[in-house]
Design a binder for this molecule. Structure first.
Ligand code: HEM
Length: 491
């Protein structure tokens, strides 16, 4: 297939809708299950194979929804409830699939075969509040889940009804529901925002042949093979995988708890001593790289320009941005580290375009009121999901080499792939880790470059904690049928 041509209808019917198109629903229920044995797993897949939503259905709905909303201004005219299915490496093994035979011994596949808990060192989940040993019991290395069923709906009652049907199917198949949790878009003006108060889900890769062409100034299209197996990637390569894997995607799931009070306190402390003085709200935006509305600091450096200012058309180095020092968007800001766009030395081997991911996160838990100065003890955070073709090069690399790495982006390029970045030029402090999601040691610092000089500030304890996680594979619908029929090897 030509890299830029659209998917065929047959391919659109085979790829699941959960990743590439994205469910984009107000309510989402995660149901993690364990198969009792191969037979019970096959029975469950047999009952889900006609229920799982395809890319064709979900993308057609999403287009129709946007059209209706544009015309009517209402978001309740058409509604849908979707189901997605993802299987962990442990789940595949239980079904009888020999992953070593099915997938080449290459980093892209080795990360998946090992599972997220075993990859803690490669991700940076080594600090006590992120380490797998302290995760929710069901996700700890000694336990682990076999599959994640994701149900998403515009309507809570519809969601609950489908949850009952699927829970019955799980029990009827002889499988065990081991953990479930609701995520939902935040209420009122926080709709579409994550718990720290910032609009999320704005910058997504525009996938060649799937999404509309990017607007001028936005990052270039990304090849489909960066996110779905069996298509050309940015290097012009197509993963050589069999029928169980073609048209599917790898998925990194993390349940990330957010400490909103710690985030606010961190920003207030960091703002102390800035010149000219920044208020805490501006420092929060500096930590993220966008304002609460989603407007980027790069295009709206003076203040939040509101919804009309939300754009993805910006770079950091090129004219007219020329923000090498990070006076507008600090080099440590979450979005700048997570996607450094035109930064000159993002990696020894690849351009930034090879480290992109389709993010499908939804918040869980109620918001903490705006002025609250102490935590209310309610669990809250983000059910982070990203869809990629290579967990090692995309998800793990971004977390370890960019978000956690204090010397990225201004330090020297690593001497070998995956090595540490060296310090910036003598006398200049490191940029520091991403203060929002970067995993860091006590005593880590960030360096804010201002026209008046460099303002360094200490980071307190991490403001987010990974409390559960796993790698999954979202198989194609034909692969679900093959597995349900007891096939354990690709055709
Ligand atoms: C609770 C945890 C997290 C929060 C609160 C958070 C918040 C945000 C926000 C507010 C944005 C800006 C909106 C947008 O561009 O869509 C963003 C962008 C992004 N985040 Fe996160 N994020 C979290 C975790 C992560 C993790 C774990 C990763 C990857 C390992 C990640 C990768 C990205 C990427 C790639 C972007 C887009 C950057 C761009 O293209 O400009 N985030 N995040």
């Amino acid at each position: 297939m030509d890299q830029s041509s659209a998917l065929t209808t047959e391919q659109e019917r085979n790829i699941q809708g959960v990743g590439l198109a994205g469910f984009r629903k107000d309510y989402q229920q995660l149901l993690f299950v364990c198969f009792d044995d191969a037979a019970s797993g096959c029975r469950l897949l047999a009952s889900l194979k006609d229920v799982v939503a395809s890319h064709l259905e979900v993308s057609s709905f999403n287009r129709a929804y946007s059209e209706v909303r544009k015309r009517t201004g209402r978001d309740d005219v058409i509604e849908a409830t979707w189901v997605g299915l993802m299987i962990s490496p442990k789940g595949y093994t239980k079904l009888g699939v020999n992953l070593a035979n099915e997938m080449p011994s290459e980093p892209a596949y080795e990360a998946f075969k090992a599972g997220m808990a075993s990859r803690a060192p490669q991700i940076g989940h080594t600090h006590p509040n992120d380490a797998p040993g302290g995760w929710i019991t069901e996700f700890r290395p000694e336990n682990g889940v076999d599959a994640c069923i994701l149900i998403a709906s515009d309507d809570k009652d519809d969601l609950d009804a489908v949850l009952v049907e699927i829970s019955d199917a799980v029990s009827a198949a002889g499988c065990e529901p081991v953990y479930q949790e609701l995520s939902a878009v935040l209420p009122g003006p926080l709709k579409g925002h994550e718990h720290f108060g910032f609009k999320d889900g704005i910058s997504q890769p525009a996938v060649a042949g799937v999404d509309p062409e990017p607007a001028p100034g936005e990052p270039a299209v990304a090849a489909l093979g960066e996110f779905v197996l069996g298509y050309h990637d940015e290097a012009g390569q197509t993963a050589k995988v069999g029928s169980l894997w073609k048209d599917g995607s790898f998925v990194a799931f993390e349940r990330i708890a957010q400490n909103v009070v710690a985030f606010r306190e961190q920003a207030a402390k960091a703002a102390e001593g800035t010149n000219p003085p920044l208020d805490a709200a501006t420092m929060e935006a500096k930590m993220v790289g966008r304002w609460p509305s989603g407007a980027p600091l790069e295009t709206a450096p003076g203040g939040d320009s509101g919804e009309e200012g939300v754009t993805n058309a910006f770079q950091y180095k090129a004219e007219p941005f020329s923000d090498d020092d990070g006076h507008k968007t600090p080099r440590f800001a979450h979005v700048r580290k997570a996607n450094p766009r035109d930064e000159t030395q993002p990696d020894t081997e690849h351009p930034a375009a090879r480290h992109r991911m389709i993010r499908r996160g939804v918040p869980f838990g109620p918001p903490l009121p705006a002025g609250a100065t102490s935590d209310d003890g309610q669990p809250r955070g983000l059910h982070f999901f990203c869809f990629v073709a290579d967990l090692d090069r995309q998800f793990e690399f971004v977390q370890r080499q960019w978000l956690n790495e204090p010397n990225f982006p201004s330090g020297g390029k690593p001497e070998q792939p995956n090595g540490p970045y060296s310090q910036p030029k003598p006398g200049e402090p490191a940029d520091g880790p991403d203060p929002v999601v970067g995993e860091h040691e006590d005593g880590a610092t960030n360096a804010l470059h201002e026209a008046s000089g460099i303002h360094t500030f200490a980071l307190g304890p991490e403001v987010v904690s990974v409390t559960a996680g796993e790698y999954f594979f979202a198989p194609s619908i034909s692969a679900i049928e093959e597995l349900a029929a007891g096939k354990t090897a690709s055709q």
